[in-house]
Design a protein around this ligand. Structure first.
Ligand SMILES: Nc1ncnc2c1ncn2[C@@H]1O[C@H](COP(=O)(O)OP(=O)(O)OP(=O)(O)O)[C@@H](O)[C@H]1O
Length: 538
C-alpha cells in the first residue's frame, strides 16, 4: 500500500504547488495503483500462499514498466538488529534540520540541553526535498519486529523505524551518488553539533535485555570535569591531552597503517587520585559518549561481544577496577589477604563486596573473552573508540591484558603534589597565591594525601567558611595525616625490631639446644667408649 499512499501524498503536495498536467497524470496513476493495491489486498486473503507469491512477483515486474520511481530504505537497526544504523541517524538529523518545516506531524525531543527542542518527522509523515533540480520524497514508517515463536513474550514487540526515499528513475545517478552523500555528510555534521552525550551502562537484567533492542541503558552525560580542573603535574597533563587530540585527528593515519582507530589507556593509582575524574575529562575533551561496562553483570563472552557490537563510534568504553571485576588475574585471593592485613580496611571491604557481587551474578566472562573484546574493537567498523581500564593494583593484572597494543598508554595517578594543590585551590577557593600556601607546600611534601582528600577539605562546611578557614582545615588534615603516618612508621619499625629480636632469641635458644644436644651426644659417645673399653677382656 505504501507506494500508492506515497503517490497520493506526492500528488497532494504537487497540487498545492499548482503543478498542472504532470500532477494530474500522477494523481490518476496514484489512484489507479491505490485501487489495484486495495483489490489485491482483499484477493490475497483468499489466495493460496504459493499462488499469491508468484502473483506478487509478476505484478511487481509489470509495475516496474509503469511505475517510474525508485525507493531506498534506511532502517534503524542493521543486520540482526543489534547495531544502530549510523546512516539512519544521519538521515534523521538531516531531515529534522532541513525538511521538518514541511511536515505537519512532528516528534519533539530535548536536544543538547533541556531548554532546546529537536523536531523530527513523526511516523507516516511525508516531506519533499529538492536537489539540483530533482525532487525527492521522504516518508517515515515503522515495522514491528516479530520475535521467535519459541519465546513467549510478556512485553510489547519492539518496533523498527524506517526512512524511505522515493525519486524518479531519471535522477538515479544524481540521487544515489551526490544527494545521498550530501544527506549523510550533512546529517553527521548536525549530529555532532547537536549531540547530547550519553553515559551508557549495561544491566544484568537478562529478562529485560532479551526484549530490548540493546543491552545498554543510558542517561545524559553531564560530568563537568575537564583537564584544566584536574590536579596533576602540568607536564603529564599536557602529554595526555596531546595524545588524545592526536588520536582523535588520526583517522587517515590509522587507515594508512591498517590499524583500527582505537586506543587503550590504563589508569592506575590509589583510590581518590582522580581515575574516574580523568575519564570524564577525556570524554569532555573529545566530545565522546561513555560506555561504563560492568563486567560482573555480563553473563558470558557472547553477551560481552554483543555489547561491544552495540557501542557507537566516538565513544569511551571503560572497565573500572578491572582487578576486582572478575577473577582475571588468578591472584585476587592474595590481594584480599594482603589488604585485610589491617593496612587498609576500607579497601578490603570494598573488594570483598565486589567479589560477593560477582559470585552472585554468576558471570562467566573469561580473560580470553575480554582480550577478544578489546581486540574485537579492531573489527568494529566506524572506529574512533577509546578503551580505558582503571585499577588500584596494577601489579595484580595479567600482563597480556595490559601489554602495549591493548593498553597503549599507562597513566599513573598519584598522591597530591603542590602543583596539584594549586589547581584545586584555584578551583575551590579562586586563589592563585596566599600566605598559607607555604605551610601547605611544606606539609604536602612531607605526607601522602589524595587529591580527593584535599578537595574534601577545601569544600565549605558552612556558608560562613571563607578561604582561610578552608585552608586551615586542609593544614589540620595534613598535620593529622603526617602524625598518623609517623605513628604507623614507628609501629612498623617496632614490629620489625620485635621480629628481629624474636628471631635472635629463637636462634640463640636453638643454638643452645643444639650445643646441649651435641654435648649430650658427645658425653654418651665417651661413656660408650669407656664401657666398651671396660668390657674388653683383659
Ligand atoms: N586529580 C584530581 N583532580 C581533581 N579532583 C580530583 C582528583 N582526584 C580526585 N579528585 C576529586 O575526588 C573525587 C573522587 O575522585 P575519583 O573518583 O576520580 O577517584 P578514583 O581514583 O577514581 O577513585 P577510586 O579508585 O576509588 O574509583 C572526585 O569527585 C574529585 O572531586
Amino acid at each position: 500500500m505504501l507506494p500508492a499512499a506515497m503517490l497520493g501524498g506526492i500528488v497532494a503536495k504537487k497540487q498545492r504547488q499548482g503543478s498542472s498536467a504532470l500532477t494530474g497524470m500522477l494523481a490518476n496513476m496514484g489512484s489507479t495503483i491505490a485501487t489495484f493495491m486495495f483489490v489485491w489486498a482483499i484477493i490475497r486473503q483468499y489466495c493460496p500462499p504459493v499462488l499469491s507469491r508468484s502473483f506478487e512477483k509478476y505484478t511487481r515486474r509489470l509495475m516496474g514498466y509503469f511505475y517510474p520511481y525508485i525507493r531506498i530504505s534506511f532502517h534503524e537497526f542493521r543486520g540482526d538488529r543489534l547495531r544502530h544504523s549510523e546512516a539512519y541517524a544521519a538521515v534523521e538529523a538531516y531531515l529534522s534540520a532541513n525538511c521538518s518545516k514541511d511536515a505537519k506531524r512532528l516528534k519533539a525531543e530535548t536536544g543538547k540541553d533541556i531548554s532546546s527542542l529537536t523536531l523530527s518527522m513523526d511516523e507516516y509523515e511525508r516531506v519533499t526535498d529538492e536537489f539540483k533540480g530533482a525532487t525527492v520524497w521522504w516518508v517515515s514508517t515503522s515495522k514491528i519486529v516479530s520475535q521467535s515463536r519459541s519465546s513467549i513474550s510478556y512485553y510489547p514487540e519492539p518496533e523498527k523505524r524506517i526512512y524511505t526515499i522515493t525519486f524518479h528513475k531519471k535522477h538515479r545517478e544524481l540521487i544515489t551518488k551526490s544527494y545521498l552523500e550530501h544527506v549523510l555528510s550533512k546529517g553527521k555534521e548536525i549530529r555532532v553539533r547537536n549531540r547530547q552525550r550519553k553515559l551508557y551502562t549495561n544491566t544484568s537484567d537478562h529478562k529485560l535485555s532479551g526484549h530490548r533492542q540493546t543491552g545498554w541503558s543510558h542517561i545524559v552525560f553531564e560530568h563537568p570535569a575537564t583537564f584544566e580542573s584536574m590536579a596533576m603535574e602540568p607536564e603529564k597533563k599536557r602529554e595526555i591531552v596531546e595524545d588524545l587530540l592526536t588520536f582523535s585527528k588520526s583517522k587517515d593515519f590509522y587507515a594508512k597503517i591498517g590499524k583500527a582507530w582505537k586506543r587503550g589507556y590504563l589508569l592506575y593509582g590509589p583510590p581518590g587520585t582522580g581515575k574516574s575524574t580523568m575519564i570524564a575529562a577525556m570524554a569532555n575533551l573529545l566530545n565522546y559518549d561513555v560506555y561504563d561496562l560492568e563486567l560482573t553483570a555480563v553473563k558470558d563472552n557472547t553477551e560481552l561481544r554483543k555489547l561491544l557490537i552495540d557501542t557507537t563510534s566516538k565513544s569511551i568504553i571503560i572497565i573500572e577496577d578491572i582487578d576486582c571485576s572478575l577473577d582475571l588475574t588468578g591472584q585476587r585471593k592474595d590481594k584480599t589477604e594482603k589488604s585485610s592485613d589491617g593496612e587498609n580496611e576500607k579497601l578490603s571491604k570494598e573488594i570483598a563486596k565486589k567479589e560477593a557481587k560477582e559470585e552472585g551474578s554468576g558471570s562467566k566472562v573469561t580473560l580470553s573473552g575480554l582480550l577478544n573484546f578489546i581486540d574485537g574493537l579492531w573489527s568494529a567498523s566506524g572506529g574512533e573508540r577509546l578503551i580505558v581500564f582503571t585499577t588500584n593494583y596494577v601489579e595484580k593484572l595479567d600482563p597480556a591484558l595490559i601489554r602495549r597494543g591493548r593498553m597503549d598508554m599507562h597513566i599513573e595517578l598519584s598522591y597530591c603534589s603542590f602543583e596539584g594543590f594549586k589547581v584545586l585551590a584555584k578551583n575551590y577557593l579562586d586563589l592563585e597565591m596566599h600566605t598559607m600556601f607555604d605551610v601547605v607546600q611544606r606539609l604536602i611534601g612531607e605526607t601522602k594525601i589524595t587529591p580527593a582528600d584535599v578537595a574534601e577539605n577545601l569544600m565549605p562546611k558552612s556558608l560562613l567558611d571563607d578561604a582561610e578557614t578552608r585552608l586551615s582545615n586542609l593544614i589540620g588534615a595534613l598535620e593529622e595525616a603526617k602524625e598518623k603516618a609517623a605513628k604507623k612508621e614507628k609501629e612498623a619499625k617496632k614490629k620489625d625490631e620485635d621480629v628481629k629480636e624474636n628471631d635472635t632469641t629463637e636462634a640463640t635458644k636453638k643454638k643452645d639446644e643444639d650445643v646441649k644436644e651435641k654435648g649430650t651426644t658427645m658425653e654418651d659417645a665417651v661413656q660408650t667408649k669407656v664401657d666398651e673399653e671396660t668390657e674388653k677382656p683383659l
